[in-house]
Structure formats: C-alpha cells, structure tokens
Design a protein around this ligand. Structure first.
Ligand code: 3HC
Length: 289
C-alpha cells in the first residue's frame, strides 16, 4: 500500500528531524510527544529549520508555509489511528519502546507499518509485543536527519519482503538512499562507526595525541567532515556509550568495549552538544588526561 500519512513518536533531535524531512517530502505528518513543553520544543525546532532555510533562500516563504501546513503536533497517540506508517524515535530504553509498540499495535490499523529509529536495540524485541511482526522494521536515520542522505532499513527474522520494499520506496521519496541491514547491534554504520570513535578516545586516554590533532588527522587526512571528538560531541556521549554497550553485548570484542573516559564523561553529566558540555570544552588541564 502507498504511504501517505506518517506518525512520528518523539520530538527530540531525531524525531523532529524525521518529521521535518517527511513533511518536506509531501507527507501528512503527525508528531507526538508526552507533554506540551516537549511537543512545543520539537515543533519549534522544525519550524526554526524552515525559517533558517527560507532565510538562506534555500526555500521560498510559500514553500515554508506549505511545509508548516503538513505537520501537526499531538499529545494523543489515539490520533495515530489514520497513520499508514509510524516511526518511533523516543528514548533509547527497551522497556519504554516495547510499551509504546504495544500501545501503537492497538491503535494503528493492522497491516500498517510500525518502525523504530533505534540506533542499536534489537528490532525484534519491539516486533515481539505486536500482532504484526511482519510489519515491524527498523528505519534508522542519521543526525542531522534532514541533511544526511542515508536511511538503514533493518529487517528482522520476521519482517516481510513487502515491508522492506515499502520502506525502501518511502526512504527514496524522502530523498534518501536506503540500505538494508540485518537486525544485529549497530546495523551497518554504527557497527563500524562506534569502535572507530572508541579507538579515538583510547588514543587520547593513552596520551598518544591531543583531541584536536586526532580530529585534524581524520578531517584532513581522510576527508571526514568532522573528527571523531567533534562527532562524539555532536552525536552525544550518552548515546554513544549506550550504543557501544549494546554492540559490545552482542560482539564482546575489546574494540567495542566503552573506554573508562567515556563512562566518566557520561557519569559527569557531559553529554556533548545537547547540553553544551562535551569533550571539546573539557578543561584539558583537568584530570581527564
Ligand atoms: N534542515 C535542512 N537543512 C539543514 C538543516 C535542517 N535541519 N540543518 C542544516 N541544514 C543544511 C544547511 O542549510 C546547509 O545547507 P547549505 O550548504 O545548502 O547552506 C547544510 O545542511 C550544512 O549545514 P551547515 O552549513 O550548518 O554546517 P556544515 O557544512 O558544517 O555541515 C554537518 C554540518 C552536515 C553536520 C557536517 O558537519 C557533517 O556531515 N558531519 C558529520 C555528521 C555525521 O557523521 N552524522 C552521522 C552521525 S551517526 C548517527 O547519527 C547514528 C546514530 O545512531 C548515533
């Protein structure tokens, strides 16, 4: 069936970016949050992005108004009864995600697709609580979702071929390139990216080079848009630690083991760009070295 209406649960950085992308591509989008303050914040982020794009002349004022008309916020998941596709982008907590999938399974008509944007949790654990295990898959976007061109479609052992092909079509209409991954921790990109970022932390921890030099090395030596420490701050240290723990659980290779410094940063409440305190403004004369 053709997807026309999209529901996004979670108005954080990823959820609002996904909702923005879908509205820009012409879908009717409903964005859900758990309280008014978080919903307002998510909607403000989406509207702010369109103001930024129209300020830069990338879109016209008419286009911005058209996009705004395609997205609506709600606090009521019951409103998802008319959604063709629902994408979950809530906190990375399996119990919370399973509870949400159970609720969505009761509200969203049978046969419609339920997808998760999780970075590293097993999709099958969410599918297992529904009565539509063939219609559940991962749909993993990259930060910033409106800009990054990739979407990973995660196929569980029970996801149907039809679901994968409808999600491929959906991702393509968003202007993204879909790739299909098995339901294993890290999928494709994080399975490679997380140990790379952990290695950079270990290099720094072991005093082999400064953060800035490690970042310059990868930017100028390999043409990466950000060095590993800039990327860690950008993606979030809590998010990286959590993903590393999931990947390590399934693949207990030392390269996937979170370094102590990453744990200490998270324990110190330094999550990166999201709270303005990450590796980059760590006082380099402090005990971090
Ligand atoms: N909506 C639409 N467009 C947006 C946007 C938004 N919300 N935010 C930024 N843009 C556009 C800007 O308008 C700009 O377009 P222009 O070139 O036409 O003016 C373009 O994106 C680039 O933005 P900026 O000029 O502000 O910034 P940079 O040129 O420095 O690029 C970056 C920023 C795209 C983030 C780049 O540094 C980059 O690609 N970094 C690497 C990001 C990355 O690796 N992400 C993946 C992380 S891993 C992940 O997400 C997985 C998770 O599970 C952990």
């Amino acid at each position: 069936m053709a997807i026309k209406t999209v529901g996004v649960v979670g108005g954080g950085l990823m959820g609002s970016g996904i909702a923005q992308t879908a509205a820009q591509a012409g879908y009717d989008v409903l964005l859900a949050e758990v309280n008014q303050e978080l919903l307002d914040r998510g909607m403000r982020r989406v509207h702010g992005a369109w103001e930024m794009l129209s300020g830069k002349g990338r879109i016209t004022a008419d286009q911005a108004a058209e996009y705004r008309g395609r997205i609506r916020g709600t606090l009521e998941l019951n409103e998802f009864a008319d959604r063709d596709l629902v994408i979950e982008a809530i906190v990375e907590n399996l119990d919370a995600k399973r509870a949400l999938f159970r609720t969505l399974d009761e509200i969203v008509p049978a046969g419609r697709i339920l997808a998760s944007n999780t970075s590293s949790l097993p999709i099958i654990e969410m599918a297992a609580v529904t009565q539509r295990q063939d219609r559940v898959a991962g749909l993993h976007f990259f930060n910033p979702a409106p800009v990054m061109k990739l979407v990973e479609i995660v196929r569980t052992i029970l996801t149907s071929e039809e679901t994968v092909s409808e999600l491929r079509e959906f991702a393509t209409t968003l202007g993204k390139t879909p790739v299909v991954a098995k339901d294993t921790a890290g999928f494709i990109v994080n399975f490679l990216l997380i140990p790379y970022m952990l290695s950079a932390i270990r290099m720094y921890e072991n005093g082999l080079a400064t953060m800035r030099d490690i970042d310059s090395g990868m930017k100028l030596g390999c043409g990466y848009p950000m060095g590993p420490f800039e990327l860690l701050d950008y993606v979030g240290l809590d998010t990286t630690l959590y993903a590393a723990e999931q990947i390590y659980k399934e693949n207990p290779d030392p390269a996937n083991a979170p370094p102590t410094l990453l744990r200490r940063m998270v324990q110190a409440g330094r999550y990166g760009k999201k709270n303005g305190k990450g590796f980059y403004n760590l006082d380099e004369t402090s005990g971090a070295r």
